[in-house]
Design a protein around this ligand. Structure first.
Ligand code: ZN
Length: 299
C-alpha cells in the first residue's frame, strides 16, 4: 500500500499510555467510587471480599491487584502507563491509521451529503467510551453513542501473529470496517437494528447483527473502490490481504479455532465466505445502493 506522505486526519484522539479507567499513579478515578462502594457493601461484595482475603491468605496473591484488575479491566493493575514510549513501529502504525482515516474522510465526504467525520481514539490496554469501558482484548470497535472508533494498535500485530492476516491493506480494511459502522449510525441503520433488541427472538436479533456486520464489510469495500479511483493507494496483493483478513476474522473460523466447533446461531459477524463476499461486492461495484444486506435473499 502506498500510504506514506499522504494527508493524515486530525480527527485523532491519542490516548495511548493513559491506560483508561484504571487506578494509576494519577489517582483513583472518582467516577468509580459510587459503583465500587455499592458493590463492596452489597452481600455479594462482602462474600467477594471474603473470598479475596481468604484466597490471598491461602495462595499468597495480592487481593488488591485482583480488585484493581476487575475495576480497571487492565492487566497491569496499579501500574500506571506514564512510562509509555511508543516504538518507531508503533508510531508508524499510528501515522498509517491517521492516513487511512483521512482517506475514508475524503471518500465519504464525496459520497454522502453532510458527512460527519468520526474521531479515531488510539489507546493502549483499556479505554472508556460512551458505550462503556473496554480492554484491548475486545478488538477495535465503534461506539455509536459518541461516534468514535477505538483502536489499540497492538491488534494489528495480533492479526499478523495470531491470525496470519497481516499486511497494511488488511489493517486498512479493519479501520474502514469500523468507519462502515459509523456510516450505518449516520444512516439510522444501527438504531433500527438495536431497537429490535427484546422485540424479536435472540436468534433473529443475532441474524440482524450479522447483517449489520456484513454491511460494514460492504461499506469497507465501497471505500476501497473509491479510494482506489482517486488516491490509488492499493498495490498488487492488497486486495488479497483484505480478503485474507475478512476470511481470517469470520466467526466460523474464529469459533473453530477456539472451540473446534462451528455454531452458526452464535455468529455475530458472519462466516468467512460471507465477509469476503460482501467486501468484494462493495469493492467491485462501489455502489452504495447494492449494500442492503437486510433484504438480500441469501447472504
Ligand atoms: Zn463490526
Amino acid at each position: 500500500m502506498k500510504w506514506q506522505g499522504r494527508r493524515q486526519s486530525s480527527n485523532i484522539d491519542d490516548r495511548r499510555g493513559q491506560g483508561g479507567p484504571r487506578m494509576g499513579a494519577g489517582g483513583f478515578n472518582p467516577m468509580l467510587l459510587g459503583p465500587l462502594l455499592k458493590i463492596l457493601f452489597s452481600k455479594t461484595g462482602m462474600i467477594l471480599i471474603g473470598v479475596f482475603l481468604v484466597g490471598s491468605f491461602l495462595l499468597g496473591y495480592n487481593p488488591l491487584s485482583l480488585l484493581s484488575g476487575l475495576v480497571g479491566g487492565g492487566e497491569q493493575g496499579f501500574a500506571s502507563d506514564t512510562s509509555y514510549a511508543p516504538t518507531a513501529e508503533e508510531e508508524e502504525m499510528a501515522s498509517f491509521s491517521a492516513t487511512v482515516l483521512a482517506d475514508t474522510e475524503d471518500v465519504w465526504n464525496s459520497q454522502l451529503d453532510n458527512y460527519r467525520e468520526p474521531t479515531l481514539v488510539l489507546f493502549t490496554g483499556s479505554v472508556s467510551s460512551a458505550c462503556g469501558s473496554a480492554s484491548s482484548a475486545t478488538g477495535p470497535f465503534y461506539c455509536p453513542a459518541d461516534e468514535k472508533l477505538y483502536l489499540d494498535l497492538s491488534f494489528f500485530q495480533d492479526m499478523e501473529t495470531k491470525l496470519s492476516a497481516g499486511g497494511d491493506f488488511a489493517y486498512a480494511y479493519v479501520i474502514a470496517h469500523e468507519v462502515g459502522h459509523h456510516i450505518q449510525k449516520i444512516m439510522g441503520i444501527t438504531d433500527e437494528v438495536h431497537s429490535l433488541r427484546g422485540q424479536v427472538s435472540e436468534k433473529e436479533y443475532n441474524q440482524n447483527s450479522v447483517k449489520l456486520e456484513l454491511q460494514a464489510d460492504f461499506l469497507a469495500g465501497v471505500w476501497a473502490h473509491h479510494s482506489q479511483q482517486s488516491a490509488g493507494m492499493m498495490e498488487s496483493g492488497d486486495l488479497e490481504e483484505a480478503l485474507n483478513a475478512a476470511n481470517a476474522i469470520g466467526d466460523d473460523r474464529l469459533q473453530k479455532q477456539s472451540s473446534g466447533r462451528v455454531v452458526p446461531d452464535s455468529f455475530t459477524h458472519g462466516t468467512s465466505a460471507q465477509r469476503m463476499k460482501w467486501f468484494k461486492k462493495g469493492f467491485e461495484t462501489g455502489d452504495l445502493r447494492l449494500g442492503d444486506t437486510f433484504s438480500a435473499p441469501d447472504l
